[in-house]
Design a protein around this ligand. Structure first.
Ligand code: SAM
Ligand code: SF4
Length: 330
C-alpha cells in the first residue's frame, strides 16, 4: 500500500491520481465513430454495483487517487447514477468527482447530481447544428443537450467542459461556429482527435483529421496556447482576448502524448485497464466481495502498474483489443 498522500507510480515514474471508472457499457446514442449500430447487449448486464464501486474507490483512494470520473457507455442511463455520484463523493480522499455524458438527460438531473457531490462535468457534443448533430449521434437531441449545458453553467461546478470529436463531417465551415459558441460562454470546448478502434477502421480512414488542422486554424486567427498546470489533462487549450471560453485539442497521435499519462481505468465489469488501447486487464471484481480484501486489491493494482506500457501503439494501427470506447469506458 502507498503511504498517505503519495501517489502510485509505474515503471516510468508516472504518478496516478486519476481513475476513470466505467459504470455501464450501455448507451442510448449511436455515434458514428463509436457505436454506429447502437449498443448490442453482450453477456450479462451485471455491471459494478454501488457497494462494489464504494469499495473500489476506497481502495484506489488509499493508493493516492484523488479524482474519479464516471463514464461508460452512457453513465446516465443507470437509474442509480445520482447514488453512484454520492457514493464516490463520500469516499475519504476523493476531492474531485467528474462525469462524462452525452447530455441527453442533463437538464432534468444536473441539479441533483451537483447536490450529490459532482464537481466536474464533461458534456460530449459533436456539432452545433441540429442536422449534423443528429447525423453523428443518431438522435435529434441537440436542444436537450444545449439546455442541459445552460443549466449546468448556473451551478457551482469546478469545471464544465464540452468534448467534440474532430471529424471531417461538419467541418466544411471550419471552426467558426465553435469560436462563436465560446465568445461569451466561459467554457472549454475540447476537440478529441478521432481514435482508431477495432470497430471503426474504414470510418477512421474516411473521417480522421489531424489535430494540426485545428491548431493551424486557431493560430492563424490569433488564438494562443495557454500555460499548462502540472495536473492538467492531455489537452492543449487555446485562448483569445475576444473570447470568454477556450478551445482545446486532445491529440492522442501527437509525439509524447502518453508521457504524462496520469490515469487508470476500470471497466464496468471491474477489470483494471492500464491503457485504453492495451490488451486485456486484471480482474478486480473478485476482490470487491468484502471490505477485508481492500489491501489485496491495492497490492494487485500496484503490481499491475509495473506492467503499464510506455505508450499506446495507435501509430502502428494497433488499437489493442479495444473494439469501441463504450466497451472500455472512454
Ligand atoms: N457516452 C458518454 C459520452 O459520449 O460522453 C461517455 C462515454 S464516451 C465513450 C467518452 C468520450 O469518448 C466521448 O466524448 C466520445 O465522443 C469519445 N469517443 C468515443 N469514441 C471515440 C473515438 N473513436 N475517438 C475519439 N473519441 C471518441
Ligand atoms: Fe454512446 Fe458516448 Fe459512444 Fe456516443 S460516444 S455512442 S454517446 S458511448
Amino acid at each position: 500500500m502507498t503511504s498517505p498522500g503519495a501517489a502510485a507510480t509505474d515503471a516510468f515514474g508516472r504518478r496516478f491520481r486519476y481513475l476513470r471508472l466505467s459504470v455501464t457499457e450501455v448507451c442510448n446514442f449511436r455515434c458514428t465513430y463509436c457505436l454506429p449500430n447502437g449498443y448490442a447487449k453482450s453477456g450479462a448486464m451485471d455491471f459494478l454495483s454501488e457497494q462494489e464501486i464504494g469499495r473500489l474507490v476506497r481502495a484506489f483512494a488509499g493508493l493516492g487517487i484523488t479524482k474519479v470520473r464516471l463514464t461508460g457507455g452512457e453513465p446516465t442511463v443507470r437509474k442509480d447514477i445520482g447514488e453512484l455520484i454520492a457514493c464516490v463523493a463520500r469516499q475519504p480522499g476523493i476531492g474531485k468527482v467528474a462525469l462524462t455524458t452525452n447530455g441527453w438527460n442533463l437538464a432534468r438531473h444536473i441539479d441533483n447530481w451537483v447536490a450529490a457531490g459532482l464537481t466536474h462535468l464533461n458534456v460530449s457534443m459533436d456539432a452545433l447544428d441540429r442536422e449534423t448533430f443528429s447525423r453523428i449521434t443518431g438522435h435529434d437531441r441537440l436542444e436537450d443537450v444545449l439546455a442541459g449545458l445552460e443549466r449546468a453553467r448556473a451551478l457551482p461546478l469546478k469545471a464544465l467542459k464540452v468534448n467534440a470529436v474532430l471529424l471531417r463531417d461538419g467541418l466544411d465551415d471550419g471552426f467558426s461556429a465553435w469560436t462563436g459558441f465560446v465568445k461569451d460562454r466561459p467554457i472549454a470546448v475540447r476537440f478529441i482527435e478521432l481514435m482508431r478502434t477495432g470497430d471503426n477502421k474504414a470510418f477512421f480512414e474516411q473521417q480522421h483529421v489531424s489535430g494540426e488542422v485545428l491548431r493551424t486554424w486557431l493560430q492563424e486567427r490569433g488564438w494562443t496556447p495557454s500555460e499548462r498546470g502540472a495536473d492538467d489533462g492531455p489537452a492543449t487549450e487555446f485562448s483569445h482576448p475576444g473570447h470568454a471560453g477556450r478551445i482545446g485539442l486532445i491529440a492522442p497521435y501527437a509525439a509524447g502524448f502518453c508521457d504524462g499519462c496520469n490515469r487508470l481505468r476500470v471497466t464496468a465489469r471491474g477489470q483494471l485497464r492500464l491503457c485504453l488501447f492495451g490488451q486485456g486487464g486484471r480482474d478486480l471484481r473478485r476482490l470487491l466481495v468484502d471490505d477485508a480484501q481492500i489491501g489485496e486489491l491495492q497490492d494487485c493494482v500496484v503490481d499491475a502498474l509495473t506492467f503499464k506500457p510506455a505508450a499506446h501503439a495507435l501509430h502502428a494501427g494497433d488499437p489493442g483489443d479495444m473494439t469501441n470506447l463504450a466497451q472500455v469506458g472512454g
